[in-house]
Ligand binder design. Structure first.
Ligand code: ATR
Length: 275
């Protein structure tokens, strides 16, 4: 019988996950189906239960259900624990495993696809919500020279720093508090791009040769990337690669096989960016 997987979110119509996982399945000759499920805003638990009852083997979870998915999972990977959010569920006999592959996806995109090493680099992470929290541990795992978290509301950055105080020395400050510092890699994990805005960071933060990475992606350049370009960032990347890489990590968890992401990413990039 064909194994069933799905992505659940609200909205979900424009999700690229079904297409990505179908390509991975073809490439690795895995017999599986992957569908998109729109769950009502108050109906994630029921949608998940229905999918399990119908024989579902695993699920990706997207906005706004990642916290709920984490809460419903009966055991968690260390990276899901650190993020306190799950984007991947694996339905094992008798238990639901919650994982979070977003951070690993970001790191894989930076290191493998973009040839942008994190080791030894001065890294700035903008934002302190769920998206930022999910990538802190995987970034630290790459041994950056420093990791600074800055947030519009400074208390959010301080709270995030304190969460990871046992793991490493993370610096935290307000946007204004960044003035005078320089970074090799600036990652936008705020949701500002959704509103077409760029985080109001001071000028002069981009070191020569630096990279600006927006975890969001879209057809054109995001406001953050446009502003990074005008402030001297040498390289710009949006989150399309992260999307494909987090999917590959989920696929690996479910199927025990790591798909080759290059062709799938090239295909999506051609469609979105014309590259
Ligand atoms: P997500 O799960 O996407 O991280 P979230 O938990 O609601 O969503 O967090 C949104 C993050 O984007 C927060 O860090 C938020 O900053 P505040 O804590 O100050 O609210 C940040 N954010 C949203 N809009 C922003 C904007 N226009 N400029 C800068 N930061 C913004």
């Amino acid at each position: 019988m064909t194994d069933r997987y799905a992505v659940v979110g609200n909205p979900i119509a424009h999700s690229k996950s079904p297409r990505i996982h179908a390509a991975f399945a073809r490439q690795t000759a895995q017999d599986l189906s992957y569908e998109a499920i729109l769950a009502p805003l108050d109906g994630f638990a029921a949608s998940m239960a229905g999918f399990i009852a119908a024989g579902g083997c695993g699920m990706n979870v997207t906005l706004p259900f990642k916290l709920e998915a984490f809460a419903l999972a009966e055991c968690h990977t260390a990276r899901a624990e650190a993020a306190r959010a799950a984007n991947t569920l694996k339905f094992e006999p008798g238990q639901i495993l919650g994982d979070n592959t977003d951070g690993a996806g970001l790191v894989a995109d930076l290191v493998r696809n973009l040839d942008c090493p994190i080791a030894g680099q001065r890294v700035l992470l903008l934002g302190a919500g769920g998206a930022a929290r999910g990538v802190v541990l995987p970034l630290l795992g790459e041994s950056p020279a420093s990791l600074t978290v800055a947030n519009r509301t400074p208390s959010g950055a301080l709270a995030l720093r304190d969460t990871f105080a046992a793991q490493a020395n993370v610096a935290a400050c307000s946007f204004a508090g960044l003035a005078g510092q320089q970074f090799d890699l600036v990652i936008n994990a705020t949701s500002a791009s959704l509103a077409g805005q760029a985080p109001a960071i001071p000028p002069g933060l981009y070191a020569p040769g630096s990279t600006a990475y927006d975890m969001m992606y879209g057809r054109g350049m995001t406001a953050f990337l446009a502003s990074a370009q005008s402030q001297g960032a040498s390289r710009l990347a949006d989150g399309l690669g992260m999307l494909v890489e987090q999917a590959a990590e989920s696929f690996l968890l479910w199927r025990g096989v790591r798909p080759d992401t290059r062709l799938v990413l090239a295909d999506l990039a051609a469609e979105l960016h014309g590259t």
